[in-house]
Ligand binder design. Structure first.
Ligand SMILES: [Zn+2]
Length: 131
């Protein structure tokens, strides 16, 4: 006697098991990715705003420095001289270094040596948010 063993009577629970597993994996993964993405976007927005405020402060400092250089060049030269004396140069050399640097790029010299703002340290909100 020939006996055929078909398994199609199991199709109902097999389909439900595959669908359920797939649903569970995709739903859970989507939820986790969504939460992680929301966290990353929130952190990027916070970083962007905080670095924007740093950039605003730096711009305000540079504008103040620009006005001081225009209005009080002698005082600004003395200020630079004092900075270089503080770094170890003698008074005459410090005054000459300050004179030469200020004649080349006064605002650049003051922003770098007085305010500590350089091209590499300047605030960049977009870069900070992306990273
Ligand atoms: Zn200055």
């Amino acid at each position: 006697m020939h006996i055929e063993r078909h398994k199609n009577h199991r199709i109902g629970w097999l389909r439900a098991a595959v669908l359920g597993a797939n649903d569970g994996i995709v739903s859970t993964a989507s939820l986790i990715l969504g939460v992680a993405e929301a966290g990353a976007i929130s952190m990027a927005a916070g970083e962007y705003l905080s670095v924007c405020s740093q950039a605003d402060t730096e711009q305000a400092d540079l504008e103040r420095e620009r006005l001081e250089l225009a209005g009080y060049p002698k005082h600004e030269h003395e200020e630079m001289t004092a900075i270089y004396v503080g770094r170890g140069l003698n008074e005459a050399l410090a005054a000459e270094v300050a004179r030469q640097l200020m004649s080349h790029d006064a605002l650049g010299a003051h922003s770098r040596d007085e305010l500590g703002i350089t091209d590499t340290s300047a605030a960049r909100p977009e870069l900070a948010a992306c990273s």
